[in-house]
Structures are given as structure tokens and as C-alpha cells.
Design a protein around this ligand. Structure first.
Ligand code: ADP
Length: 210
């Protein structure tokens, strides 16, 4: 098994790159999906979130209103920390379950976890390899304005609320520059995929020697 953390800023191309690796045989875990799951009614974090923030953050169907919760925590860093201290351990547990499931079926799985805040949260330490998808803030801005229909202002605010991508480079084993055409990115993914397969073969040979 090989655990790979895939990260990058909003709109840098993480999902796009994850799909390319999936097409080549990687297993993908999307941490945003897990985060939504634990916050659903009955999910591991729902109770504790409601206990702390009150039922005012719920919609009629008992779902957490993310806009409203966002409105609270993005104005108050202590509340954001509290929310993170509830959600992150629950997501991590869910992630471990997914990894176990995959490995039970395929001992040699190459698992790529798409984790937007991989480095901020410190989970890069739990990964064998870190891949960073890089685009400059200018390209990020253009792409999320187009994808999400954000105004320039909204796009910049979201990008500026994250750790600057240049500061993430030292944590990465591989950097994928996704400023070029999709074909150029695909060629980079091919090169990295080959290296991952070689690494997996090397570690298998090591095991046999031992
Ligand atoms: P993330 O998952 O990091 O938020 P996405 O993979 O959704 O980013 O990519 C952001 C947007 O940019 C999407 O609309 C995607 O289709 C587009 N995109 C991604 N890579 C490229 C590329 N190399 N050239 C042009 N558009 C791209």
C-alpha cells in the first residue's frame, strides 16, 4: 500500500489531477466528501457540532446549514478552531476506515487522498508521499471565477484565506504545474505514475529480500 496526499489551492486542479490518477489505477479518497458525510445528521460530528453551535445552524430537515455555520466560524477564529477540533478527528477516523477497506481488497493499492488542507492540518506527516498541484493565484482566480461563477473579489478572498501555495512547495515530493494545457498536465501525471509504480516495485523487492 502507498498512501499519497494530493493537495493544492482552491481551483488549482486537484480533482482534475485525481481523476487522471484514478484512470491509471489509483484509488481516490476525496476528503471533502468525507467531511460532508461526518456532518450529516447521524454522522460522527453532527451531534457535537449541534451541541456547541446550537440548533440555529440547522435547516428544517436537521441538516447543518453550511452557509450559516461558515458565517459564524469565518468571523471568529476561536469558533473555527472549535469546529475543526470536532470535524478533523471524525474525518481522520473515516479516512482510516476507507484506507482499511481498500487495502483489505488490494494490498498493493496506490491510494491518493485529495486533501485541500493537507499541510495546514499536518496530515502530510501521515502520508508516504505528497503531491502538490500548482497554479499561480492569477490562474486560480480565473478558473474558479469560471467554475463557480464567483466575482473577482469573491475568488480572491477565497484564495487569500488559504496558505500561499509557494509555501507548500517545500513539503511536496512532486509538484504538478497545472498552468498549461490539460494534455501537458496529463503528461506530467504519466511521468509521476511511472515513478510511483517503480517505487512500489522497489519496496516490494525490499520486502522479499528481508
Ligand atoms: P480543485 O479540485 O483544485 O478545486 P478543479 O480540478 O476543480 O480544482 O479545477 C478547477 C477548474 O479548472 C475546473 O473547472 C477544471 O475543469 C479547470 N481546469 C483544471 N485543470 C485545467 C487545465 N490544465 N486547463 C484548463 N482548465 C483546467
Amino acid at each position: 500500500m502507498m498512501n499519497i496526499g494530493l493537495t493544492g489551492g482552491i481551483g488549482s486542479g486537484k480533482s482534475t489531477v485525481a481523476r487522471l490518477f484514478q484512470n491509471r489505477g489509483a484509488y481516490i479518497i476525496d476528503l471533502d466528501v468525507l467531511a460532508h458525510k461526518v456532518e450529516e445528521p447521524g454522522g460522527a460530528a453532527w451531534n457535537r457540532i449541534v451541541k456547541h453551535f446550537g440548533r440555529k445552524i440547522l435547516d428544517k430537515d436537521d441538516r447543518i446549514n453550511r452557509e450559516m455555520l461558515g458565517g459564524i466560524v469565518f468571523r471568529d477564529s476561536e469558533e473555527l478552531e472549535k469546529l475543526n477540533s470536532i470535524v478533523h478527528p471524525a474525518v481522520f477516523e473515516e479516512w482510516c476506515l476507507r484506507v482499511d477497506d481498500i487495502v483489505n481488497n488490494d494490498k498493493e493499492a496506490i491510494i491518493i487522498s485529495d486533501i485541500p488542507l493537507l499541510i495546514e492540518v499536518g496530515w502530510h506527516k501521515a502520508m508516504d508521499i505528497v503531491i502538490l498541484v500548482y497554479t499561480s493565484p492569477g490562474v486560480q482566480t480565473e478558473r474558479i471565477m469560471k467554475r463557480n461563477g464567483y466575482s473577482y473579489e469573491e475568488a480572491r478572498n477565497r484564495i487569500n484565506s488559504q496558505m500561499p501555495v509557494d509555501e507548500k512547495i517545500p513539503f511536496a515530493d512532486f509538484v504538478i504545474n497545472n498552468e498549461g494545457t490539460p494534455e501537458e498536465t496529463e503528461a506530467i501525471v504519466d511521468r509521476i505514475w511511472k515513478k510511483l509504480l517503480e517505487k512500489r516495485k522497489d519496496s516490494k523487492n525490499e520486502e522479499i529480500k528481508r
